[in-house]
Design a protein around this ligand. Structure first.
Ligand code: ADP
Ligand code: MG
Length: 591
C-alpha cells in the first residue's frame, strides 16, 4: 500500500456534477483519495487524472470523482489529499453490517439523522465492541501477510486476525494473552526486515482496487446447492465460480438474488445492491434481519453483510461499492470461508463508469460505454475464484439489466465473455409467470460436477428442447397435424417445465430444494422421460386421445405441484417416483 500519508491541500477550481478539478502545489498521486471540505463536512473523492496547470507552471490540476453529493460545494473550497487509495476496513464485525457504497454504516448513520446527509461519517466497524481474542503465535515467530496471529469468534465463524497482506517475513515482537479487546487496540507488534515496528490490530484497511491474493488458486469444482431447481439441475454454479444473470426489467433478477441470498449454501453472503430502487433495499434490510438462516436456524444477517447503494445515492459511489464488496469477499475467502457475492445490478455499475468517462471526455466505445468496459468487467469477475491453499472461495453472481432486454448490448456481451456461467431471464417466461424466468434453453454453466449425472441432465434438457419445438409446431400448423407420439413428448416437457423448472420463491416449502430432494425429483423425471405410455383405447379418434392425454397430464401436474408445496418428510418425498410410475402404467391411482 501507499506510504505517502502526509496530508497535502489544494483548492477546488471546477465542479461538473460528480467530477471536480483542484489546483495543487505539492505532488498528488493518481488513485489517491481526497476530502473536499464543504460546510464543515468532508466529502470523499478519488483522483482520476493529474495534469500540469497551464496557467501556473508551479501547480498541477487533479481531476477527481466525488462519491458524495456535492450540493453546496463552491469554487475555492479546500481539498485535502490523503495519500491513501480508496480502501475498506477489514476485521470482525463485518458480518451483520449494512453500509452504503462507501462502507458508512447505514444503521449508525440513521441513528444520527433520519436522512442520509452528504459528509455524514461513522466508523465502518464498531469501535467499542469487545472481541474475545485468542493468540495463535508467540514472540519470535516469523509471520507474513495473510498469516493469522490469533482468532476471535464472530457469530458462528472463527474470524482469523490476519497480518495485513503487504507484510513479508516479520518477527513477532509482542503478542497479548487471551483477552477481550476492541478493534482499535494493538494486539501484536511485528518487526519487518528493515527493523521497523508495526502495530497489528483486529482490523486493518486495504485498498479496494488491489485484489487480496490467492494462496493457491484452483479451478472451481464443487457445486453449490442454491435451492433453485432450474439452476441446480441445469445450470449449476460452483464455489468460486462466476455467473452473469441478465434479464429485462421485471423478469425476476432481484427476486432470484434474494432467493440465493437466503438459500445458497455458503458460509457468507455479501449483497451489493447497486443502483437499484431504494424501496427494494429498505425491504431487504428489514426482512432479512428477521429471517432465519435455513442451514443453521440463526438470523440470516449473521452470515451476511449488505452494501446498499441505491439509485437515490450518488452514482460515483456505485463504482466504489462493488470493489469494496469484492474486497470483503476476498478477505473472508482468505480465511477459508465460502463466500457468495451477489451484485444487483452490474449494469448500474457500468453506467457509473459511462457517466464518468463521458464527463472526462474520453473517446466512447459502443453505446457510449468506455472502450475498456470489457476489461473492467473481466477484471471484476476475475477476483472471484476458489483457493485451494485456504480452502475458501468467492463466488460472484451479478445481474445485468440491459435496456429493453437486449442481450446484444455491450455490458451483457462483456459479462457473457467474462463469466463461467450465464442465466438468461426471458421476458416471455416472466410474462407467462413462469418463475424463475431463467430460460431453460438460454444459459451456460461451467460446472464439472453436478447433483445428477450429466446424462440425466442432458436428457432433461433435450426433452425441454424438443417440447419447445413441438409447441412451435402446434402453434404454426395446429395440433391435428402433430403425431400422437410427439404430443405425448410435448406433455412430458410441459410437466418437467411446470413442476420442476418453475418454483415459487415466496412459498415456504417450494422456495428451496436441497440435493436429496433433487435426486428424488430426478428419479421421477427420468422415469417419465423414458416411459412409453399407452393412453389410446380401441375405437378412439386421434383428437379424443389427445384430449385424454392432456387431461391425464394435467392431473399429474396438479398433483406434482401440490407435492412441491407440501411433501416435507422423507416418506412423503419418496412418493413422487411411485406416483409417476403409476401414472406411466396408467393404473388406478388416487390423486
Ligand atoms: P427485476 O429485478 O428483474 O426487475 P424482480 O426481481 O423485481 O424483477 O421481479 C418482478 C416480480 O416478478 C416480483 O415482484 C414477483 O412478483 C415476480 N417474481 C419474480 N421471480 C419470482 C419467483 N421466483 N416466484 C414468484 N414470483 C416471482
Ligand atoms: Mg431488480
Amino acid at each position: 500500500m501507499n506510504n505517502t500519508n502526509k496530508t497535502r491541500t489544494g483548492t477546488l477550481i471546477a465542479i461538473q456534477d460528480s467530477l471536480v478539478k483542484a489546483r495543487f502545489f505539492s505532488n498528488v498521486i493518481m488513485g489517491e483519495t481526497a476530502q473536499i471540505m464543504v460546510d464543515g463536512k468532508s466529502l470523499q473523492a478519488e483522483v482520476l487524472q493529474i495534469a500540469p496547470d497551464p496557467k501556473n507552471p508551479e501547480a498541477g490540476i487533479a481531476e477527481m470523482q466525488v462519491f458524495e453529493d456535492l450540493t453546496g460545494a463552491q469554487i475555492g473550497a479546500t481539498v485535502e489529499f490523503t495519500g491513501k487509495p480508496l480502501s475498506v476496513l477489514l476485521g470482525p464485525g463485518l458480518l451483520t453490517s449494512i453500509w452504503d457504497g462507501l462502507q458508512n454504516p447505514l444503521y449508525k448513520l440513521s441513528e444520527q439523522n433520519a436522512y442520509l446527509v452528504p459528509g455524514m461519517k461513522a466508523a465502518a466497524l464498531d469501535e467499542e465492541k469487545l472481541w474475545d481474542f485468542t493468540p495463535s503465535v508467540a514472540v519470535g515467530d516469523v509471520v507474513s501477510g495473510g498469516d493469522a496471529i490469533g482468532t476471535v469468534p464472530e457469530g458462528r465463524l472463527n474470524h482469523k486476525i490476519l497480518v495485513p497482506f503487504n507484510f513479508d517475513k516479520c518477527t513477532v515482537e509482542s503478542i497479548i494473552e487471551k483477552k477481550s479487546v476492541n478493534i482499535t487496540e494493538t494486539v501484536a507488534v511485528i518487526r519487518d526486515k528493515q527493523d521497523v515496528k508495526h502495530d497489528v490490530k483486529l482490523a486493518f484497511r486495504w485498498a479496494v482496487k488491489s485484489p487480496i491474493p490467492f494462496k493457491s488458486r484452483a479451478i472451481p469444482s464443487k457445486t453449490i446447492s442454491t435451492g433453485v431447481r432450474v439452476i441446480d439441475f441445469l445450470a449449476p454454479v460452483s464455489y468460486g465460480g462466476t455467473v452473469g444473470n441478465p434479464g429485462p426489467f421485471g423478469a425476476g433478477k432481484t427476486v432470484l438474488q434474494h432467493s440465493l441470498c437466503k438459500y445458497a449454501l455458503a458460509d457468507i453472503i455479501i449483497m451489493a445492491a447497486c443502483g437499484e430502487r431504494a424501496g427494494e433495499a429498505v425491504e431487504v434490510f428489514k426482512d432479512f434481519a428477521e429471517l432465519e438462516d435455513p442451514s443453521t436456524g440463526d438470523s440470516l444477517m449473521n452470515r451476511m453483510c449488505i452494501f446498499g447503494n441505491t439509485s437515490s445515492m450518488p452514482v460515483a459511489a456505485r463504482e466504489a461499492s462493488v470493489f469494496i464488496a469484492l474486497t470483503v469477499g476476498e478477505y473472508y475467502r482468505y480465511q477459508g470461508y465460502s463466500v457468495v457475492l451477489l451484485a444487483d445490478s452490474t449494469s448500474r455499475w457500468a453506467q457509473a463508469l459511462r457517466e464518468r468517462s463521458g464527463r472526462q471526455g474520453d473517446i466512447p466505445g459502443p453505446e457510449a460505454f468506455p472502450m475498456d468496459i470489457p476489461d473492467q468487467i473481466k477484471g471484476m469477475y476475475q477476483r472471484a475464484g476458489a483457493d485451494e491453499g485456504t480452502g475458501g472461495s468467492l463466488t460472484f453472481i451479478g445481474t445485468v439489466s440491459p435496456a429493453g432486454g437486449n442481450f446484444q448490448e455491450p455490458v451483457t456481451q462483456a459479462t457473457m465473455d467474462a463469466t463461467g456461467g450465464f442465466w438468461g431471464l426471458s421476458q416471455d417466461r416472466a410474462d407467462a409467470k413462469k418463475y424463475p424466468a431463467i430460460d431453460p434453453l438460454a444459459y451456460t454453466s461451467s460446472v464439472y460436477d453436478s447433483f445428477i449425472s450429466w446424462t440425466d441432465r442432458n436428457k432433461m434438457l433435450q426433452t425441454l428442447d424438443e417440447a419447445n419445438g413441438i409447441d412451435q409446431t402446434i402453434s404454426t400448423i395446429g395440433l391435428k397435424k402433430v403425431p400422437l407420439e410427439k404430443y405425448v413428448l410435448y406433455q412430458k416437457g410441459l410437466t418437467i417445465d411446470f413442476c420442476v423448472m418453475q418454483q415459487n420463491a415466496f412459498h415456504e416449502q417450494d422456495a428451496c430444494t436441497r440435493p436429496d430432494r433433487l435426486v428424488i425429483i430426478n428419479e421421477a423425471v427420468q422415469k417419465l422421460i423414458d416411459s412409453s405410455i399407452q393412453f389410446a383405447q380401441e375405437g378412439m379418434e386421434d383428437e379424443e386421445v389427445k384430449v385424454l392425454v392432456k387431461n391425464k397430464f394435467d392431473e399429474l401436474r396438479q398433483w406434482w405441484r401440490d407435492w412441491n408445496g407440501t411433501a416435507v418428510s422423507s416418506e412423503e418425498q419418496a412418493v413422487l417416483p411411485q406416483k409417476v410410475e403409476q401414472f406411466i402404467l396408467q393404473e388406478e391411482y388416487s390423486l
